[in-house]
Design a protein around this ligand. Structure first.
Ligand code: BGC
Ligand code: CA
Length: 238
């Protein structure tokens, strides 16, 4: 089993100034590291790419810093093409570096804390302890987080494919406990702008299913809130 982790090279950008509409933030130091092992296979999934730019690896990394969605870069030293990635390459992609293909992989150190995984500008935590939906929401709150709110097919795909899940059903933050049939994201109290129900769901079996789970494959089901399931917490990275 190979894994990410052994670091042998850094790119440090000493001063990055972030410009927003009406504020100029302070200079920040940003570090990118090259994992000892990285993929020589391209991820091959469109949803992982943000954009491609051309230039040196330093330029590539700087472009990544400027885009809050960017968490790592793939740079080709021969073609000088740089791909900005939304996600980290997970061990599924990791095979020993042969250095023959000219590819370099750098990861932004500006990452989520231990056990949390980054997608775009949020951190996610997969908890495989089976507890009720309410308990799960409390545990997330305790971590300064909330039950995951899934706002795009990219995010849904990432949760299913990239966030280790042991093929379990996991609570997400959607519930229709207040008004039957009207699912809301509980933390933001907003209507679902993206839905990924399995065919026939939500079906409110025995009128007792008011909390949603994401299942293997990424489809959703409404389920009894008082049953115990694993769950996913989400919080802002910044
Ligand atoms: C149904 C789901 C339901 C679940 C409850 C399944 O067979 O397809 O809709 O939530 O049973 O255990
Ligand atoms: Ca159901």
């Amino acid at each position: 089993m190979v894994s990410l982790g052994t670091i042998f090279e850094y790119i440090i950008i000493n001063c990055v100034t972030f410009l927003t509409a009406n504020t100029v933030s302070q200079c920040q130091q940003k570090t990118f590291f090259r994992p000892y092992l990285f993929s020589i296979e391209q991820p091959g999934k469109d949803y992982m790419y943000i954009s491609t730019v051309q230039g040196s690896v330093e330029f590539c990394v700087l472009e990544c810093v400027r885009d809050p969605k960017c968490s790592s870069v793939l740079h080709n030293s021969r073609s000088q093409l740089c791909k900005l990635l939304r996600c980290l390459l997970t061990p599924a992609y990791i095979i020993p570096d042969t250095s023959e293909n000219g590819l370099d992989y750098f990861v932004s150190e500006d990452e989520c804390s231990d056990g949390w995984f980054r997608f775009e500008d949020h951190c996610y935590y997969n908890n495989l302890t089976d507890i009720t939906w309410n308990e799960a929401e409390n545990v997330c709150n305790h971590h300064g987080a909330y039950l995951v709110e899934i706002n795009s097919s990219y995010e849904n795909l990432w949760l299913d494919r990239e966030l280790p899940n042991e093929e379990r059903h996991r609570w997400i933050g959607a519930t229709d406990i207040l008004t039957e049939g009207q699912f809301l994201w509980s933390f933001s109290n907003t209507e679902l702008n993206f839905e990924n129900w399995r065919n026939g769901e939500p079906n409110n079996v025995n009128q007792k299913e008011h909390c949603a789970v994401i299942m293997k494959g990424g489809r959703w089901n409404d389920f009894k809130c008082y049953c115990s399931q694993a769950f996913i917490c989400e919080k802002n990275l910044f």
